[in-house]
Design a binder for this molecule. Sequence first.
Ligand code: LLP
Length: 426
Amino acid sequence: MDHFIYQNGQLHAEDVALRDIAASVGTPFYCYSTATLTRHYQLLTDALDPLPHLVCFAVKANSNVAVLKVLGDLGAGMDVVSGGEYMRARAAGVPGERIVFSGVGKTLDEMRLALGGGIRQFNIESEPEMEALSFVASEMGIEAPIALRVNPDVDARTHEKIATGRKEDKFGLPIAQARDIYARAATLPGLRIVGVDMHTGSQLTDLAPFEAAYTKLADLTRALRADGHSIDRLDLGGGLGIPYTRSNETPPLPSDYGAMVQRVLGDLGCEIEIEPGRLICGNAGVMVSQVIWRKTGGAREFLILDAAMNDLLRPAMYDAHHDIVPVTESAPGEPQALVDIVGPVCESGDTFARQRAMPLLQSGDLVAFRSAGAYGAVMASEYNSRPLIPEVLVRGDQFAVIRARPGYDEMLARDTIPTWMQTQEA
Ligand code: LLP
């Protein structure tokens, strides 16, 4: 459930009409709902309630500091994968003890940053990384809490570009070698083993791959304890899928996920960590865009929008489906046409939807892309020199710009002409 519904014929974010936000900030823009973010966080944390746990929001899905603050203020931890994400989590007021540092290629500088600022745990993905962290922590005279990310070798049957849990993927350490690597970790200075980490994949719409992976994790935990390691935390990663269409998708309910976690891992007495991104913020955001032109007369009819692949990359990159709805509700029985919905970027890949049934929209009409709160703004670029689009947060009947649209001046000011090309004053 989200809080983007029609009221009096206008699509609202909570109690604010998207049309009013568009009039104030211009289009395109992203808009997030505080109530939806809160609800999704709460559902997940409640689902795990019988177990000691921490929900660490995957910052990669939406890293706006205001969004992080909504979640951080509710008690969420954060899962970060770069120094930049770590800084964002801290800027949102999240203490280091609630931040886990994941990612396959942490640099020594990023390790120093997190160790210096405080960190709950590093999820280690390779032996060289483990040695480097041991070196950095020893140099700083502190102990780095670590979990090793093991690759469960489970095929989650998700999109090829977001598959992570198969042995041929670049992530984690082979589960078969985990005991040897833990033994090695225990001998290295500056490291303190706190648990085991795993991530199965993203946009999983079935609990079976999670259960297969967590069953392997339970066996590994018992074996590691028998080897003498203290395993107090299990980080289960993220990956719970969301419905991208209103009709035919039924991803698992958080409560069913929580019950499964308890059944498979509950008797181990570990603190459970999860790293959900999409489930918390995906359906808490929309992207609003305006029709520039309706182009007819050729083989196809096109709706050309002022948003493009640089603003929302998912359709171009993963052939992802986003529901696209008119901001002014269409009347029952209103005529529709099959249109290709495209952006202005000079690539055929800049296509959001093909042959989509839409009302007969005209220049100036607004549309909203649903389910755009995760992996939307964070994956945007300025390709074709299109400035990043603004982000807006709604709470009840209030809205605020949480990232402003840069002007052309700001965009140009980042480039510098080398001195050798600058004209000398006479
Ligand atoms: N933890 C780790 C270690 C991850 O790699 C990811 C996502 C997550 C947590 C959060 O997964 P989530 O709960 O959001 O599924 N850009 C793609 C998704 C890439 C996911 C990468 N890793 C998309 O737009 O679908």
